[in-house]
Design a protein around this ligand. Structure first.
Ligand code: ZN
Ligand code: ZN
Length: 159
């Protein structure tokens, strides 16, 4: 996800508009059972913030895929993340965020992938639920309590 920023660096443009779709495998985001399987959409812009700093802002939209943490049915849920990150010239370009929270770039290309990936990972929920009031599976017989009433005693046996 390399962006040519010649126009910004040379003052020919105040900002560069970006609208792009990133294949899920390039981001390779997953957390436990939650994955991003479909392309991630980003709309935003790069703005010259002066002294070699480039500001990235925009909106990332993705679809999360996983299993309901309670009843294990497949769940997909959209996630929208507001992005605001700074790139600084000459810093490390390996994608690692620096101590002041900015990303590095060298020359006239800038890689959007590291900040987009980091923001998406931070936006992942701890778990997915098919719905907020999902009743989950019966711990005794495994029946889906959303669809059946299995009749098992609901109090847990401690012995
Ligand atoms: Zn569920
Ligand atoms: Zn049961």
């Amino acid at each position: 996800m390399l962006i040519d920023i010649h126009a910004l660096s040379h003052g020919r443009a105040a900002s560069i508009e970006i609208e792009t779709e990133i294949p899920a495998h390039e981001l390779a985001v997953s957390l436990q059972e939650i994955r991003v399987d479909s392309p991630v959409h980003f709309v935003g812009r790069l703005t010259n913030a002066g002294r070699g700093a480039i500001h990235l802002e925009g909106t990332l939209s993705a679809e999360l895929t996983g299993l309901c943490a309670r009843c294990l049915v497949p769940v997909t849920r959209p996630v929208v993340v507001a992005i605001s990150e700074m790139f600084r010239s000459g810093m490390t370009t390996d994608g690692a965020e620096s101590a002041d929270g900015s990303y590095g770039y060298r020359g006239y290309t800038l890689d959007l992938l590291p900040p987009l990936r980091d923001n998406l990972v931070l936006a992942l929920p701890q778990r997915l639920l098919c719905r907020e009031d999902c009743l989950g599976l019966c711990p005794v017989c495994g029946a889906d309590r959303n669809t059946t009433t299995c009749g098992c005693a609901t109090a847990e046996q401690n012995d």
